[in-house]
Design a protein around this ligand. Structure first.
Ligand code: ADP
Ligand code: MG
Length: 228
């Protein structure tokens, strides 16, 4: 398998006034194309910071990150935004759906950045909703859906542009056990059957079992620990 994500000597320092906080220390990590990686670690250990840099939402203060051979630091803001739209799907703990829009419209949103026609956008969103098992909920607003269903809509939105990479930040953190298992089963299916590379931050060892392997972050340093 080819390496999709190559992280070299990655550091992140936040400056709060005069105080400097080094959140990530010289991280080295290769993530293979088609991998499903779980990232665990205590609160404040830098998981979200690392995930956001992998997805091109944030930039490092030191070191390099390349995805599919492209160095993110070399891209300007516009190029990076286009790269993200084409290559990365984001799934967050609290879904981040637009409350006024139907499930179908929420899923279509990322496609507004593309050249697809309105009917093609609608069609692609329908396919994505079908994939997450919510074909019959397209006209529902988020408030008319359960938490697990809302997260599946968010996953449909994340995959509607057919990105290579899914980054998920505690995607089951706000769900009951059964909904969490549905969402995790869906992520596993997207990994196994659709070849999506997934990096998932989680607090939950049961959630991490769905991944192929687990890495632990501790105070900004990576520690590998074997799971299954
Ligand atoms: P985790 O997701 O593992 O809980 P985060 O990556 O969110 O950890 O945060 C790691 C550390 O970086 C925390 O101490 C947090 O307070 C700090 N931090 C995160 N974002 C910022 C920011 N924008 N400015 C300053 N400090 C930040
Ligand atoms: Mg976090």
């Amino acid at each position: 398998m080819a390496t999709l994500i190559q992280i070299r000597d990655l550091s992140k320092i936040y400056e709060r006034g005069k105080q400097k906080v080094e959140v990530l220390h010289h991280i080295n990590l290769d993530i293979e194309q088609g991998d499903f990686l779980a990232l665990m670690g205590p609160s404040g250990s830098g998981k979200t910071t690392l995930l956001n840099m992998i997805g091109g939402l944030d930039s490092p203060t030191g070191g390099q990150i390349a995805v599919g051979g492209e160095h993110l630091a070399d891209m300007g803001a516009g190029a990076l935004a286009r790269w993200r739209a084409a290559n990365v799907g984001f799934v967050f703990q609290f879904y981040n759906l637009m409350p006024m829009l139907s499930a179908q419209r929420n899923v279509e949103l990322p496609l507004l950045l593309t050249k697809l026609s309105a009917s093609q956008r609608r069609k692609n969103a329908e396919i994505a909703l079908q994939l997450v098992g919510l074909s019959d909920r397209g006209s529902h607003k988020p408030s008319e859906l359960s938490g697990g269903q809302q997260q599946r809509v968010a996953i449909a939105r994340a995959i509607v542009s057919d990105p290579t990479l899914l980054v998920c930040d505690e995607p089951t953190g706000d769900l009951d056990r059964q909904s969490a298992e549905e969402v995790l089963g869906l992520l596993r299916q997207l990994n196994r059957d659709h070849g999506k590379t997934i990096v998932m931050v989680t607090h939950d060892p049961k959630a991490a079992e769905y991944a192929n392997h687990t890495l632990h972050l501790d105070k900004g340093t990576l520690v590998e620990q074997a799971t299954a």
